[in-house]
Write a protein that binds this ligand. Structure first.
Ligand SMILES: [Zn+2]
Length: 488
């Protein structure tokens, strides 16, 4: 029954009722997806919105198996994620891989994950079970196991089980079938069940709002709606909402609908009410690295070395470690320039820093040696006392692990960049530049790189243990490392 009804709908579309098919509007036509292909509607629908692409301009290869990388890219595009290629937390997904940006963003959103060995296996074929989980998480069905996810997909008419009642979770899936499931996840009219889709009334808060056939602006507009118009809300796909208005079903951007009647005296569109608040992802984290001193202020000196140059060199290396991850690292200075202390903390707050690490080396007439880390312990100016203390402990631990110099401990210190700061802050003294033993470490480029890696790992340790972020765990793989013991 349902299937026949669907065909009737599609037949109607062909004659121009504007339903989501690209048959009439897109230029792409694949020789291997003709008008009789069972997944024709769904494939061209996804292609029209740029969600799926052919293998070439004339071929879609519908029978080819879907890889995990391809699935991530298609889902990422469906959700409107930024697909710009970038470094990922997986050892086998380089920043050059076509889906690297989608993979990392979906990891950050908790939609996809890799393997315990730190790999993503982007070229491995996707199974039906993985597909069920991915679609469930992408569209918010709240299912984290294959059995629940496959039940949800079957309830919603997105996927069917086999004749024998099983779901075939370990079977691989071909591009045609994945396209069908994805199109059904996006647009309810492709689904095979009549589950109630619209269950909330909402109001449009802007004039001339396009109701589109799909969840991005590549899809054509079906109809326009205006401020105050009542719509029936169904569900969310990325930043878009699937709605029904005047008998037509389609997508509007979620920023332009709201639960309350819009106030005609307040023309400013309110923030989105449908899209869940964005969670703080790894790529939102900004680590401020502050190489001490600069220009006419050389800092400590010894054996021909100047602190300002040594700590700048190490700070730049720290950034290269972060650059292999989604976490952002920003340096208060990248050249030999002089910065007032106030300019350093101001830089940190203006760049939305989350933590601040100041890099220094010591000197005391050659009479002292070792490594120490400072934090500020009075909440009056910088309220982040506990965080700062924990950060300092993790830094001190990794510095000792790297260089094994004398342990001068993590301790309280009244330094401007710690005190007059607005975020967890620590000041690392890597060693005594005028001490013969310590200077040999400082003078070695291999040792300096080791120190940079130590600061990188200490940051991960802080986020892992103190902030309780399990999503930093894969980032240790970029340096073949693992979390430190819990120290705070
Ligand atoms: Zn210094």
């Amino acid at each position: 029954m349902k299937k026949l009804w669907l065909y009737a709908v599609f037949a109607a579309l062909f004659i121009g009722l504007g339903f989501p098919t690209s048959q009439t509007s897109a230029n792409t036509l694949f020789s291997d997806v003709g008008s009789s292909h069972r997944a024709q509607e769904e494939i061209y629908y996804l292609v029209e919105g740029g969600i799926a692409n052919g293998i070439s301009s004339t071929s879609f290869s519908p029978n080819q198996q879907v890889t995990r990388g391809q699935a991530a890219a298609m889902l990422g595009r469906a959700l409107g994620l930024n697909g710009e290629k970038k470094a990922t937390s997986f050892s086998d997904v380089s920043s050059n891989y076509f889906a690297s940006g989608y993979i990392q963003q979906m990891v950050n959103k908790g939609i996809i994950s890799g393997y315990p060995n730190g790999q993503f296996k982007p070229n491995q074929t996707l199974t039906r079970g993985e597909m069920a989980i991915l679609i469930s998480r992408s569209f918010g069905y709240g299912a984290n196991t294959v059995s629940i996810a496959s039940s949800r997909l079957m309830e919603k008419g997105i996927a069917q089980g086999y004749v024998d009642g099983s779901f075939g979770a370990t079977d691989t899936i071909i591009r045609a079938d994945f396209s069908v499931f994805l199109a059904r996840g996006i647009h309810a009219q492709f689904r095979t069940s009549d589950e109630q889709t619209f269950n909330r009334l909402m109001y449009v808060n802007v004039d001339s709002l396009n109701v589109r056939t799909g969840p991005n602006t590549q899809y054509p507009s079906l109809v326009k709606v205006n401020t105050g118009q009542v719509i029936e809300y169904g569900y969310t796909v990325g930043d878009w909402s699937f709605i029904r208005v005047n008998g037509k079903e389609g997508f509007v951007h979620s920023a332009y609908i709201q639960i309350d009647v819009p106030d005609p005296n307040n023309p400013t569109p309110p923030p989105p009410v449908v899209t869940p608040p964005p969670t703080n992802t790894l790529s939102d984290i900004v680590v401020i690295i502050d190489p001490g001193h600069g220009a006419h202020d050389p800092g400590a000196q010894g054996y021909g070395y100047q602190e300002k140059n040594v700590v700048l060199n190490i700070s730049k290396s720290i950034k290269t470690y972060f650059d292999k991850t989604p976490i952002q690292a920003k340096l208060t200075r990248t050249t030999d320039v002089f910065l007032e202390l106030g300019a350093r903390t101001k830089f940190a707050s203006q760049n939305n820093g989350d933590i601040f690490i100041s890099m220094h080396a010591n000197a005391l007439n050659g009479s002292a040696n070792g490594t120490e880390t400072f934090y500020y312990q009075t909440a009056a100016t910088n309220p982040h006392v506990n965080e700062s203390k924990a950060l300092a402990k993790y830094i001190q631990n990794r510095m000792l692990e790297a260089w094994d110099l004398t342990d001068r401990r993590a301790k309280a210190g009244n330094y401007y960049v710690l005190r007059e700061n607005t975020m967890p802050a620590a000041l690392a003294e890597i060693g005594f530049i005028d001490n013969k033993t310590d200077n040999a470490y400082i003078a070695s480029s291999t040792r300096r790189d080791q120190m940079a890696k130590a600061i990188f790992m200490a940051t991960l340790d802080y986020y892992y243990h103190y902030e309780g972020r399990k999503d930093v765990l894969p980032l240790y793989n970029t340096v073949n490392g693992k979390p430190s013991p819990k120290l705070h």
